[in-house]
Design a protein around this ligand. Structure first.
Ligand code: ATP
Ligand code: MG
Length: 356
């Protein structure tokens, strides 16, 4: 029987609760006659590791992950460690080390979820945001000089390369082409950022010629936020830079009802390295250790993981089980206005997988 090696990195805060829940659900799926099995390896990297070793993960950590089929990640963030240290020391180290340049973020209003836009039905909001995940505003290029002095300067250079933009644009057009509406919105800010974003627009136009069956348009990122609220049904697949897509996808998650539901995949489309799947929420220390975290974002990330492994049927079965559970308000966690606990939601998904 096919065995998939999955690395689990719970990280910090509620990551330590939702990743084991995700593992439980994947185990249940495999045990219910899916035709494959999983071999999980857990890595205790994150804030605790930092306190013991002075870094978020070991220097040779990427080597330990390299032969895995996929990575299930929780979150990196600790109130006692600066955010840029936790982010760059773990999550971004993996994303960049494994050139996971496409960050895919589906958003839908799942059954039973009370989403904030009252005029918007589930069929009006079905998006996938593709985030450039390797360069742009988060390239890590920049520096500080004359620290503490009145003439101090600090820069974060947004760096885009032709090769980097071409590959994410091609990925986004291909993804749009695979969806029923075959529609892509290229998000830009080329009115104000007149170098890199103009190149972004030029490359979008050039790549669009390879995909004559995809309808596409351009939208400025500021106007795009208004359009997401006012005309959600006019959008389907979106592609945006690292920073812009980061912001747009939090808005998307909120419009779909909760940050706790939203999944994401950090993908290496060329499959040279393992790809990494995670809920988009952070460590949420305010609710950690109480069993209150909504595990649905992690479960949906497991669906993306299965799709990436080519296990489409198992992915669809898990998604159906998730949707049956969200449809029942008794199984909603606090972020959705309910009283259910992480363990209740997990057990409900597991039992639906078993009874099939
Ligand atoms: P980080 O600094 O790691 O990003 P954070 O404290 O900013 O973490 P987020 O996870 O980004 O927290 O989420 C913001 C708030 O949304 C949390 O404080 C929490 O109350 C709520 N929240 C996030 N994820 C979940 C979840 N899975 N279940 C329930 N509530 C959640
Ligand atoms: Mg946060």
């Amino acid at each position: 029987m096919k065995t998939y090696k999955i690395a689990c990195i719970p990280g910090d805060g509620i990551g330590k609760e939702v990743v084991p829940a995700g593992q439980e659900v994947l185990e249940a799926l495999a045990a219910s006659g899916a035709g494959f099995r999983f071999e999980f390896t857990s890595f205790g990297w994150g804030g605790d590791w930092y306190r013991a070793h002075g870094k978020m993960m070991p220097d040779d950590g990427l080597e330990a992950l390299r032969d895995q089929d996929a990575i299930l990640f929780g979150s990196a963030g600790d109130p006692h460690i600066p955010d840029h240290v936790t982010l760059w020391g773990l999550r971004l180290k993996i994303c960049q080390g494994f050139d996971q340049y496409a960050n895919v973020r589906p958003t839908r209003i799942l059954p039973g979820i009370d989403a904030p836009l009252k005029r918007c039905t589930p069929k009006d909001l079905d998006w996938v945001i593709v985030r450039e995940n390797s360069e742009g505003e988060y390239a890590g290029v920049g520096g500080r000089a004359h620290q503490g002095h009145p003439i101090e300067v600090a820069t974060d250079v947004s760096m885009m390369t032709r090769a980097g933009v071409e590959r994410i644009m091609r990925f986004a057009f291909k993804l749009a082409q695979s969806r029923p509406r075959k529609q892509l919105t290229v998000v830009t800010k080329s009115n104000a950022q007149r170098h890199a974003m103009v190149m972004w627009d030029e490359i979008a136009l050039a790549v669009s010629k390879e995909f004559p069956d995809v309808k596409w348009d351009k939208e400025l990122v500021d106007a795009c936020t208004a359009r997401m609220v006012n005309r959600p049904a006019s959008l389907d697949t979106l592609v945006a830079t690292n920073l812009h897509a980061d912001i747009l996808s939090d808005l998307a998650a909120a419009l779909a009802g909760s940050l706790g539901i939203a999944p994401t995949g950090n993908i290496d489309p060329e499959r040279r390295y393992p790809s990494m799947f995670e809920p988009i929420h952070g460590s949420a220390f305010d609710i950690m250790g109480k069993g209150l975290a909504n595990p649905v974002g992690t479960f949906w990330s497991c669906v993306m993981l299965l799709e990436h492994l080519g296990e489409k049927e198992a992915a669809a079965r898990l998604m159906q089980a998730i949707e049956e559970v969200t449809a029942d308000p008794k199984l909603h966690t606090g972020d959705l206005g309910g009283k259910a606990k992480t363990a209740d939601v997990t057990a409900a998904v597991v039992s639906r997988l078993k009874n099939r």
